[in-house]
Design a protein around this ligand. Structure first.
Ligand code: AMP
Length: 415
């Protein structure tokens, strides 16, 4: 009988999944990749198979109102496709690992409880990530589950890069800079030796620009700094989050405007950033297509902050050899890449505009001092690698062998 493993990336309104299959005596391969979108509004399940063929594209019952119901719906679809399959493990993206978790872990009830305590530090993600783990415990109680943290890749930063300069006794309990999007950065770092060997061991900034956005400074493939810190609110301007903010602003919201903690949380996590500035949308593609000055201002601020932080991270690295764009905006918007590169020309960035339009992997001119790249990220694949190695699913020579990146290209999985 074939073996199966699953990866899940559960968000507030979507559940992304990958199904990995290992036929007897063979290597792991990706059997399906898909998502349930519109959870709570108009839920829809879509999935593609190994060659990009459509396996599912259908509306779900409106009763799929939360993550738990989404897991139930996914489980019944999986049963309809692969009934009776042996599932060896389920890997999850979990945004915050807190001070205790420096690497992926097999989740038990004690660890789940610890991770629940971190919900206030990542309210947009952590509750949904953990609800998926709980739902799988109910559906498949005997299957081991692995939590893969977005914070892990950044552990090992220098003390000064981790520090929050508040009184030491307050910081003792884990108040420190963590950094996020670690699964994405780890994946990009693992690809550099193959895709961009000339910078793989150098000083590189990776720009993960999506609904959530951050930068990571890599030296020799390891994270040395990130624009996100204690929570995923810090750093760049995002779809609904402001990024870097004078802490006095938060005091003002409490003291002068008399807001409650819940109201402040809603402003910081859901009503700021691109949607706050524009009053139109949190979606970069929408904003780029609009003519209102507020939409233009939101885009200008986004580019301004990315450029500013590229300068700051280049200073931390003591120079720059490579710049990599990834995630929704980074992979798909030639305009945003071009504007960021133009504003970073002082660092020695020279864009090849044709290569940029064609989204070639290398989008800088041959004489550019800093080479610039577009590399699609694949957090699910990183989760699969961690899950495979932690649960020892690889076995002798039985290494996961193929999967797809976000843009659907076949790609080798290393564990
Ligand atoms: P992610 O969170 O990585 O899925 O990225 C979502 C963000 O990518 C949204 O702001 C989208 O508008 C943006 N995005 C996707 N495609 C494009 C595009 N062609 N041009 C500009 N932004 C895009």
């Amino acid at each position: 009988m074939d073996d199966y493993a699953l990866t899940l990336n559960a968000g507030s309104s979507s559940l992304k999944f990958c199904v990995f299959r290992r036929p007897v005596q063979e290597s792991w391969e990706i059997a399906a990749r898909g998502q349930i979108e519109g959870i709570g509004t108009s839920p829809r399940l879509s999935a593609k198979g190994t060659k990009g063929e459509i396996l599912a594209d259908n509306r779900l019952d409106a009763a799929v109102r939360d993550g738990h119901a989404a897991i139930d719906a996914l489980a019944s679809w999986l049963r309809s496709q692969w009934g009776g399959a042996r599932v060896l493990g389920v890997g999850h993206r979990v945004v915050h690992g807190g001070p205790r978790h420096e690497r992926p872990v097999i989740v038990n009830q004690k660890i789940l409880k610890e991770l629940q305590e971190l919900i206030p530090l990542a309210p947009l993600h952590q509750p949904y990530n953990l609800a998926a783990i709980e739902a799988v415990f109910e559906q498949l109680p005997d299957v081991p589950q692995v939590a893969c943290f977005d914070t892990s890749f950044h552990r090992g930063h220098a003390r000064v890069a981790e520090l929050i300069p508040l009184p030491a006794d307050i910081c003792k309990a884990g108040l420190q800079r963590y950094g996020f999007h670690g699964l994405s950065y780890e994946f990009i770092s693992s690809l550099l030796p193959e895709v961009a060997p000339e910078i793989a061991h150098g000083r590189v900034i990776v720009a993960h620009l999506g609904s959530g956005a951050s930068l990571c400074a890599l030296r020799d493939g390891k994270s040395v700094e990130s624009t996100m810190s204690f929570t995923a609110l810090d750093g760049l301007c995002m779809g609904t989050r402001p990024g870097r903010l004078d802490p006095g602003v938060v005091l003002y919201l409490f003291q002068t405007l008399g807001m409650s903690a819940k109201e402040v949380e809603a402003i910081l996590y859901r009503r700021s950033g691109l949607v706050g500035i524009s009053g139109i949308s949190n979606d970069m593609r929408d904003l780029l297509g609009r003519s209102e000055p507020e939409a233009g201002l939101a885009v200008d601020y986004f580019v301004y902050r990315v450029t500013q932080e590229i300068g700051a991270l280049a200073a931390v690295l003591g120079g720059l050899d490579g710049l990599v764009f990834t995630a929704g905006i980074g992979e798909n918007s030639a305009e945003i890449r071009s504007r960021i590169c133009e504003a970073s020309s002082w660092l020695g960035v020279e864009l090849d505009s044709e290569a940029n339009k064609n989204r070639e992997p290398r989008i800088s001119t041959p004489r550019s001092k800093v080479s610039v790249w577009v590399i699609p990220t694949n957090e699910e694949l990183m989760i699969a690698r961690h899950t495979g190695s932690l649960l020892r699913l690889t076995g002798a020579k039985r290494v996961p062998s193929s999967a797809q990146n976000r843009s659907g290209n076949a790609e080798v999985v290393r564990s």
